[in-house]
Design a binder for this molecule. Structure first.
Ligand SMILES: [Zn+2]
Length: 402
């Protein structure tokens, strides 16, 4: 997996490493607008030196305060722009970086100041080769990806609307002796099941009751069994509350009943379940909701209760076989041409930048372009600097094709 060292001059690699150490020394935990602002200012100065036009805008975050967003633009494009996305915040405040040969132990080195240093190195490499920054190049670096993500979500949605492709500079993964790019991320749809049965005394009139609890439990079990291992969809029941209508609807006041003898003799006439489903292909969302609705109809008939399924928030998936597939393949081929073996993660968990795109089904996105390491969000975080070298070359090669 050794990158062709001829392809990255030592001077450029050394400068990228030095910049990374400096970026990591600037403490920028989410919420620290001054610290993140210092990273933004440092990046802006470096990007300006590389010919990009920079602005630092202030956006209101979930805490009501203003936080910096860095925009860096290359030559204007007649058509759609090429969007690069990263974040400047870290989970923890910084401690002094420690360099141990090809390993940099530093806060945010892996997630994801390494990706920002990679971009600076790639711009240097392109300049050294006489390659131009692509028309419509736009870097957006956000301040709150590790906390609420409110600004991240809004800004990425806004700038992705007219993007021709999106490159996410978040780190790839390390897998044995190879590294990964990320092609797919699951989307999710929230749902709520409400069931109304008929209350009755379990001693005097057991058979007259219609248990909403039993019906809900039956539905939940069958719903979870619709989950498919591997790349398939998953259905998760996050909560199930059942009992008398009085108990369920006034849970804040009635929870003291739990563990007591109260109301154990009542057939439960009310149940509410909250959950979500996750899926990789956009069509699986509505299709699964239709199946869950049909399941609610069947369970209602079998248990002689009323059941209603409603949906809540939804986050679109990034389909690994969607519009980004060709771009991911190109990146893998470019890496291979340098002797750098990349695998493709088609199913990375968690909601992240690609899910925030205005429409992930209509724009090519490749995620996980950043260098790899380990210990994300911990005091043991470190970055593999040889991975930084390899990925500087890869990003420069990829940008030259865009
Ligand atoms: Zn990150």
């Amino acid at each position: 997996m050794t990158a062709d060292l001829e392809s990255l001059p030592g001077e450029i690699a050394g400068r990228a490493r030095q910049l990374l150490v400096e970026l990591c020394a600037l403490s920028s935990p989410s919420g620290d607008a001054d610290g993140v602002g210092a990273v933004a200012a440092r990046l802006a100065a470096e990007l300006l030196r590389r010919g990009l036009a920079c602005e630092i805008e202030q956006e209101r975050g979930a805490d009501g305060a203003l936080h910096p967003v860095l925009l860096a633009r290359g030559p204007a494009a007649a058509g759609r722009h090429l969007l690069l996305v990263g974040h400047m915040d870290t989970v923890l405040p910084a401690i002094p970086p420690r360099l141990d040969r090809d390993r940099l132990e530093a806060t945010g080195a892996f997630d994801m100041k390494g990706g920002l240093a990679m971009l600076l190195g790639a711009l240097d490499l392109m300049a050294a080769r006489g390659d131009h920054v692509p028309d419509g190049f736009l870097l957006v670096a956000v301040p709150d990806e590790e906390s609420s993500g409110l600004i991240s979500e809004q800004v990425v949605r806004r700038w992705s609307e007219r993007a021709r492709a999106v490159l996410v500079l978040e780190p790839g993964g390390a897998r044995g002796d190879s590294e990964t790019l990320v092609a797919g991320r699951r989307g999710l749809t929230e749902w709520q099941l409400q069931i109304t049965g008929r209350a009755s005394h379990s001693g005097l009139a057991y058979w007259a009751g219609r248990s909403a609890l039993a019906a809900a439990a039956d539905w939940c079990l069958r719903a979870q069994r619709m989950s498919v291992p591997g790349p398939g969809r998953t259905v998760n029941v996050g909560r199930l509350v059942a009992g008398t209508a009085d108990f369920v609807d006034r849970l804040a006041e009635s929870h003291g009943l739990l563990g007591s003898s109260g109301q154990r003799n009542v057939i439960a006439d009310r149940a509410v379940a909250d959950g979500e489903l996750r899926y990789l292909a956009a069509a699986e969302g509505p299709a699964t909701i239709a199946e869950l609705t049909e399941l609610a109809r069947r369970v209602a008939a079998e248990h002689e209760v009323e059941a209603t399924l409603t949906t809540g928030g939804t986050v679109p998936p990034v389909d690994p076989h969607g519009p980004g597939e060709a771009l991911v393949r190109r990146a893998v081929e470019l890496a291979a041409a340098r002797g750098f073996r990349l695998e493709v993660e088609t199913d990375r968990g968690g909601i992240s930048f690609p899910n925030y795109l205005a429409d992930p089904a209509s724009v090519a996105v490749v995620d996980g372009l950043g260098p790899v390491g380990n210990g994300m969000h911990t005091r043991d975080e470190w970055l593999d600097l040889r991975s930084l070298d390899r990925r500087i070359v890869l990003l420069a090669d990829l940008l030259a094709t865009l």
